[in-house]
Every structure is written in structure tokens, then in C-alpha cells.
Design a protein around this ligand. Structure first.
Ligand code: 8YV
Length: 324
């Protein structure tokens, strides 16, 4: 009997590849640092029983139409806004994500961005590398306090809760806004539920951890920036389009907010002439929320396990949509 065929859009670590190869003939895009091109992906999808994909690939109607044998698409990310779930569901294609394994690393990065924005770490590092450090001065690169301040978390999922847990150690007051109350998180972290307006008006740091959905798209725009304190910092580790980028640029230009720490952008990757990169008040990262070696390996492993599960009839470990 011929084995099912699985196409993986990046190079897989040897052990993961070995494991997956027990159930399938696996082909990987050979480059780690270069995304598969659309034409190759469409071509490979035509004969694929399984796909292991990244958030940069669109799993849309066109691709699904071209993939009559596809049984599972395992997306190596917790977010799956790059996947047309409805179209996948219609065809009975299982979609899976990689939750939990990346929660802590991503929450660490949210806090790193918060600290970097508050204490002007990138600016300070660039300053010293440019060899501008000549004198000690009392207010040289002075930032803002973090401990004891109010953190507002928008989207209290697993990552939001992990960020709230970290804030406890900084003696911060934590407010959160979410579709529904998360009482167990309130108990564990001391976070309190707040309406969005109250959170925006009160928080010294607003951290966006909500997934990108039709409901959250553009949920932070000019009205929301107006409500924020002019001393506040905005941190986004979710998806760029949750924030209206033009409104954010305006808010920074008019000093409606004090700074932003951004791991995600509207259209990635961005170039160095992007308007947001022109502000010294912006700390920018190239979407590395979950990027530790361990976590990325765990994500690949979980994505591979999902494919293995579906192809061997056990089902996916972490499906989303109607297969959940
Ligand atoms: C990854 C992410 O950096 O999981 C997500 O949704 O945005 C990040 O963990 C990325 O998606 C890897 O494909």
C-alpha cells in the first residue's frame, strides 16, 4: 500500500521528520529561512494528503480546490487567521494549530516588549553602539516605571493569562477585556475584568493578545487611542490587523500615546522605510513571539503529531473549527 503524501513548507528537524515519515512520504521545502512560493505550494497541494504550513501561507479556497486528497492541514502557529476554516470544514479537511506549547515563550516576549518600550532599551542600545555615550546624565534615556503600574490585557486567552501571571511579579494591577469573563484566571492572577473603554482609560500598558477574527479586526483605532493615557504604551504580540495601523501612526505622531512595542504588523514582512519604524518610541520585532529554539521545535513536533494522528485514524491532538 502506498503511504500518504505530506508536504511541509519548511525544513523539519531530523527527529520530527523521522517520526512523521513512519506514517507518510514526507517532502519538505528545503529552505528554513525562505518561504515556499505560492505556485510550488499549490502544485504540492494537488497530491497532498497532509500539509504542514506556516502563518505566511494562505490556506484558502483556491488551494483547497486544488487539493482533493487533503485530509489535514496542520498550521504551525496558535493563530489560524491564514486559513479559511469554512472552506476547509466544507471539504472535511481537519485544521489544527499549536496551542499551549508556545504560551510561555510568547508571554515572555510580551513582557520583554513591555519592558523594552517602557525603559527605551532599543534606543539605549542603539545609542551606545553609535558611540554617543560620553557622559552620565541624570535623565539620559530615562524611561517610565513598570512595577506598580496598571496593565490592561485585551484578549484573555492562554497567552493573556500567562502575561497576567508575569505582571503579578511586577506588582502590577491587571485589568483585562475579553469576550467573556475568565473567573479562574481572575483567581489565579488577580486580574479584574473591565469594559474596553475603562481598560483603555486606566491602563499604563495596553497589551493586545486577542486572536485576529472578524470581531477583533481593527478593534483598536482612533477612538480607542483617544481614550488612552498620553503616557501609555501599546504592546501588540497578536496580529497586526487587530490594530488600525494608520490610527496607530497618527496616535504616535500626535503623542496620544507614549510608545509602542510591536511584534506584528499589518502586512509582514515590513521594510525599514515603514512609517512605524521611523518613531524612536516604537520598539519593533520581526514576529518572533514564540521564537525560542525549544518552542519552535515543540510547535513543529505538535503540528507533525496532528498530521500523524489524522493519517493513522486517531485524529488530531489540537484541531480547530468543527473538528475540535
Ligand atoms: C509564530 C504566532 O511566530 O503562533 C502564532 O500564531 O504568531 C507565532 O507563534 C508564527 O505563527 C509561526 O508560524
Amino acid at each position: 500500500m502506498t503511504k500518504p503524501y505530506v508536504y511541509v513548507t519548511r525544513k523539519l528537524p531530523e527527529d520530527t521528520l523521522k517520526e512523521l515519515s513512519k506514517a507518510a512520504d514526507v517532502e519538505c521545502w528545503p529552505y528554513e529561512d525562505r518561504a515556499v512560493d505560492r505556485e510550488t505550494l499549490l502544485k504540492k497541494a494537488e497530491k497532498a494528503d497532509g500539509l504542514l504550513t506556516m502563518l505566511s501561507e494562505q490556506i484558502d479556497k483556491e488551494l483547497l480546490d486544488r487539493a482533493p486528497n487533503l485530509k489535514i492541514c496542520a498550521n504551525m502557529a496558535v493563530g489560524y487567521d491564514n486559513v479559511d476554516l469554512q472552506e476547509a470544514d466544507k471539504r472535511g479537511v481537519v485544521i489544527s494549530n499549536t496551542p499551549d506549547v508556545l504560551t510561555e515563550a510568547t508571554a515572555d516576549l510580551a513582557f520583554a516588549l513591555l519592558m523594552a518600550s517602557a525603559r527605551r532599551l532599543t534606543e539605549a542600545s542603539e545609542y551606545i553602539k553609535r558611540d554617543e555615550w560620553r557622559e552620565w546624565a541624570p535623565f539620559l534615556l530615562a524611561g517610565t516605571e513598570v512595577h506598580g503600574k496598571t496593565l490592561g490585557i485585551i484578549g484573555m486567552g492562554r497567552i493573556g493569562a500567562a502575561v497576567a501571571g508575569r505582571a503579578k511579579g511586577f506588582n502590577m494591577r491587571v485589568l483585562y477585556h475579553n469576550r467573556s469573563r475568565r473567573e479562574h484566571v481572575e483567581k489565579e492572577t488577580g486580574a479584574s475584568y473591565a469594559e474596553k473603554a475603562e481598560l483603555l482609560e486606566t491602563a499604563d500598558f495596553v497589551c493586545v493578545t486577542a486572536p485576529l477574527t472578524p470581531e477583533t479586526k481593527g478593534m483598536i483605532g482612533s477612538e480607542e487611542f483617544k481614550k488612552m493615557k498620553d503616557s501609555a504604551h501599546l504592546i501588540n504580540i497578536s496580529r497586526g490587523p487587530v490594530i488600525q495601523e494608520e490610527a496607530l501612526i497618527k496616535a504616535l505622531q500626535t503623542k496620544q500615546i507614549a510608545g509602542a512595542g510591536l511584534d506584528v504588523f499589518d502586512r509582514e514582512p515590513i521594510r525599514s522605510d515603514h512609517p512605524l519604524l521611523q518613531f524612536k518610541e516604537v520598539t519593533a520585532l520581526p514576529h518572533i513571539g514564540s521564537a525560542t529554539v525549544q518552542t519552535r521545535r515543540d510547535m513543529m513536533q505538535l503540528a507533525a503529531a496532528n498530521i500523524h494522528g489524522v493519517l493513522t485514524g486517531r485524529g488530531a491532538e489540537t484541531p480547530v473549527g468543527s473538528h475540535r
